[in-house]
Design a protein around this ligand. Structure first.
Ligand code: KG4
Ligand code: ZN
Length: 341
């Protein structure tokens, strides 16, 4: 089965071609129009998707050496995300499917992140525990099967990626700042400054706004020349506190749910310290860990096509609601037997 898949839920526009669950090509562009604004501007994102999507589809087909007429299936993210951006991707993909007389399936963006490590590792043994950390979400989810997801906890305020972006902005880095914070922090001393670890309770929820405020106060109180000369240490100390508080929750969730594999997915799963700490935790608990390839951590169409293929293969029927773009779409409603909202 050959699938052409699209992702356009936020500021990445991506098209991918897969054959029988194996990735043949993926072409992804991160929109740069948002840089001057320090965050994604929904109107600009939608317009930019419109400009990019046709070219990316052709590029992905060309790279995979597949013609439109060879395709069996079209898939696209239909939620959750920015409605203008979702509408561009979902309607382009649906229009293409209609013109080719092929089926279309709408995909849940976060569900695709949950399974994205299988693109590189093949079928993972169940249940596996996923830390899903991106610019919009931070969640712990026990994956017990296809369409069997137990949401253990999520962030009460900022997402982890959002915290990286905000701290990066405070330190003069451009948006999105996560990868730059990661790089600079790796050259700093993460124990020079002490920042608080949030949510040291026995829930699986996260909070990052207190940590952000604490960094703001530290920057206000330190002499400007110390801030300038200690940039990498400040970033490393922020990162140390952020990742340590996340790892404590992952450890607790792993102890409670006894997963076969620990997985980190989403844009922040590209973070070098997070990957190392998850690896160390998994090793100390005697379980394997799995990460998506770096290029499959951030938003990409490869994971969208993979999930479309997996749902088909598992005989999960497509539903009428899977054709409508949905800005809000809780993961909880995906679990079989739960009514889609
Ligand atoms: O999954 P993603 O591409 O988009 C959303 O669905 O949000 O995640 C983007 C987020 C941004 O906040 C970005 O700063 C963060 O992932 N990010 C990182 C790294 N690479 C991307 N955060 C920390 N370390 C990284 N290496
Ligand atoms: Zn995402």
């Amino acid at each position: 089965m050959r699938i052409l898949a699209f992702e356009s839920s936020c500021d990445e526009n991506s098209a991918a071609v897969l054959q029988d669950g194996k990735l043949l090509s993926v072409c992804t562009r991160t929109q740069t129009v948002h840089k001057p604004y320090g965050g994604v501007v929904p109107e600009l994102a939608g317009r930019s998707h419109l400009e990019l999507i046709d070219g990316l589809a052709n590029e992905a087909l060309h790279e995979a050496d597949i013609r439109l007429s060879d395709l069996d299936f079209i898939a696209a993210t239909i939620g959750p995300g920015l409605i203008g951006s979702l509408l561009v991707g979902a309607n382009y993909a649906r229009g293409l499917a209609i013109s080719l007389n092929k089926p279309f399936r709408g995909i849940h963006h976060l569900e695709a992140h949950l399974w994205s490590a299988e693109l590189s590792h093949g079928n993972l043994p169940l249940p596996f525990l996923v830390l899903l950390a991106s610019g919009g979400h931070t969640m712990l989810i026990s994956v017990e099967g296809v369409r069997r997801y137990r949401v253990l906890g999520s962030t009460l305020d900022d997402a982890l990626g959002e915290a990286y972006d905000k701290i990066g902005k405070l330190m003069g880095l451009s948006f999105p700042a996560g990868a730059d914070v990661d790089r600079l922090a790796s050259q700093g001393d993460g124990h020079r400054f002490t920042f608080p670890l949030a949510m040291q309770d026995d829930t699986f929820n996260f909070s990052f706004s207190g940590l952000k405020t604490s960094v703001v106060y530290k920057l206000r109180d330190l002499p400007p020349e110390i801030v300038r000369s200690s940039k990498n240490d400040i970033l490393a100390s922020f990162q140390e506190a952020a990742i340590e508080s996340v790892i404590r929750k992952v450890r607790l969730a792993a102890q409670r749910t006894a997963p076969q594999v620990l997985v980190a997915a989403g844009g922040v799963a590209a973070n070098s310290l997070l990957r190392k700490r998850i690896y160390d935790l998994a090793e100390s608990m005697g379980i394997p860990c799995a990460f998506p390839a770096l290029s499959h951590c951030g938003d990409n169409a490869a994971m969208i096509g993979y999930l479309a293929w997996k749902l088909n293969r598992c005989g999960i029927a497509d539903s009428a609601w899977s054709h409508q773009a949905r800005p809000r779409w809780p993961v909880e409603t995906l679990t079989e037997g739960t009514q889609a909202q």
